[in-house]
Design a protein around this ligand. Structure first.
Ligand code: KIV
Length: 290
């Protein structure tokens, strides 16, 4: 039975390289985490995409530790088999390894995450080493790193030249050497991601990085058609839940306005005997106040 299967761990993900393809989706609350877990995904990323997908922000930079903790707690409350990975928000790890340790520790202890993810390659290696030495499984994230969107000049495909692809490989090797159990490759030409994947011992999880990564990740709201406006080219919409929700709520509104909801099937009743006494009992109260 599925419910008796052991929870997925960081080391399980590491061992999956070359054995099976890995599936990760973001989750920000308990019901969506439970639905994704029932679908059999391997990992739930409480991404800082929270800022854009759920909190209506323009980018991820303003997402705070307290917000990440709040949503990590909600996702881990679902008690999923899938590994819950908590994303480290902007400036929660960059200053130094000690800051990274304190905040990653909070995502694990207070948020219930069982691994953390942070962005950056060579420059994040000291932080990753400190976390893994403390027993915190870490997922890396290289290529397009949205927390550096200001420095990168926008959400753009990275590594479009051989020289810049070599720098992304250096970043991926640095996070592998520092102890990551897997690494996200974001927005890279498919051929670059394929060659980097072939040169790494840890699994690569692609987003906008082609089919030859060891696994894929998508943002829950993008994959299910809950995102309004423009979606990046790499997003595939597996359902149009946005339209289903709007139609359903339109029907609800129409029924309320027409007086057809709630009907008898959605209302409570009392016994005929009590109903017969009702008017008299209520009139007596109203009479006392008059
Ligand atoms: O925050 C997030 O959702 C992410 C994924 C896009 C990998 O970092």
């Amino acid at each position: 039975m599925d419910t008796l299967r052991a929870a997925v761990t960081g080391p399980d993900i590491r061992r999956a390289k070359g054995q099976r393809r890995l599936v990760m989706i973001t989750a920000y609350d308990a019901p969506s985490a439970a639905l994704a877990d029932a679908a059999g995904v391997d990992m739930l990323l409480v991404g800082d995409s929270l800022g854009m997908a759920v909190l209506g922000r323009r980018d991820t930079l303003s997402v705070t530790m307290e917000e990440m903790l709040h949503h990590c707690r909600a996702v881990s409350a679902a008690g999923t088999r899938a590994l819950v990975v908590g994303d480290m928000p902007f400036m929660s790890y960059e200053p130094d390894p000690r800051t990274a340790l304190i905040n990653a520790g909070r995502l694990m202890a207070e948020g219930g995450a069982r691994a953390v993810k942070l962005e950056g390659g060579v420059t994040a290696a000291a932080q990753i080493r400190a976390l893994t030495a403390a027993g915190i499984p870490v997922m890396g994230h290289v290529g397009l790193t949205p927390q550096r969107v200001a420095a990168l000049g926008g959400f753009k495909v990275q590594a479009k030249s051989a020289k810049s692809a070599a720098l992304v490989l250096e970043d991926a090797l640095a996070v592998q050497e520092a102890g990551c159990f897997a690494v996200v490759l974001e927005c890279l030409p498919a051929g670059v991601a394929a060659q980097i994947t072939a040169r790494l011992e840890i699994p690569t999880i692609g987003i906008g990085a082609g089919a030859d990564c060891d696994g894929q990740v998508l943002v829950f709201h993008d994959a299910l058609g809950l995102t309004r406006g423009h979606s990046p080219k790499f997003v595939k919409k597996y359902a149009d839940l946005g339209s289903i929700i709007t139609d359903a709520l339109g029907t609800y509104a129409a029924e309320v306005r027409a007086g057809t909801f709630p009907d008898a099937a959605h209302s409570f009743s009392m016994s005929e005997e009590e109903e017969a006494r009702l008017s008299q009992a209520l009139d007596a109260v109203a009479g006392k106040r008059a």
